[in-house]
Write a protein that binds this ligand. Structure first.
Ligand SMILES: [Zn+2]
Length: 245
């Protein structure tokens, strides 16, 4: 059983790569962004103040409270491990707190419950080490330029039903006018998160709060495998797979 952590800025293709790996190696793809989006945008949670606060953060491109994220991600992870699944994460762990269970200066934005923080000294990486063993935890870092990150995200339409992504570029290139999902007929929309001004916030959050995790992981003996994300998805997938077989 293995666990894979995919790092990369918004638009690096880490979600696509995670899905391909999940299919190839029989893993569960844990897409934290999508999971949180479902929770915070669920109309059943409209009256839940904690969740609504997370929704505000989420929609503005700022990372949700690390302690809240840790809680929902670690619960789900334990469930998946216990029924015997390997997992590929795209979007977790994204903060020091979520990874190591300890506060870090880049996590200054945590509005935390101090008591909870003291009790909680373990992070997602400790959970993965315990269940999978350190040598079976793989960390990849897919990198693309900020320019491409903004370009890729801003050009994307999503199907509200099946989740298919359609690039504006492709529509323009083929001079197609598509208002519905060509796959299932669902309504197409542009995610709030994919607006250029929000992507800039997401990139800043990534650089300031997510990237420093890699340095600490190295200190703990993890190898971070750097992958160039500018090439075609199939090529990136082959490259990543070569480290896993
Ligand atoms: Zn669709």
């Amino acid at each position: 059983m293995i666990a894979i952590i995919m790092y990369g800025p918004p638009g690096s293709g880490k979600g696509t790569q995670a899905k391909l790996l999940a299919d190839k190696f029989g893993l569960i793809h844990f897409d934290t962004g999508k999971y949180i989006e479902r929770v915070v945008h669920n109309s059943k949670n409209k009256k839940n103040k904690i969740i609504q606060k997370q929704r505000e953060l989420f929609d503005s491109g700022i990372l949700c409270d690390p302690s809240w994220v840790f809680k929902i991600v670690s619960e789900k992870t334990r469930q998946l491990v216990k029924i015997g699944f390997g997992i590929v994460f795209s979007g977790s762990p994204r903060t020091f707190y979520e990874t190591f269970g300890i506060k870090h200066e880049t996590d200054a934005k945590i509005k935390k419950n101090t008591k909870q923080t003291r009790k909680l000294t373990r992070g997602l990486i400790d959970i993965l080490e315990k269940y999978y063993g350190k040598k079976n935890v793989f960390v990849f870092n897919i990198d693309i330029s900020d320019k491409n990150s903004i370009k890729r995200n801003g050009n994307r339409l999503m199907c509200s039903v099946c989740g298919t992504q359609i690039l504006n570029k492709v529509l323009k290139f083929k001079s197609l006018k598509v208002s519905k999902c060509p796959f299932c007929g669902g309504k197409l929309y542009r995610r709030t998160l994919d607006k250029p001004e929000i992507i800039k916030v997401r990139l800043k959050e990534y650089r300031e709060r997510t990237l420093p995790i890699q340095k600490e992981l190295k200190k703990r003996g993890y190898k971070i495998i750097d992958i160039n994300g500018e090439s075609l998805p199939e090529k990136v997938h082959k490259k990543i797979s070569s480290y896993l077989t």
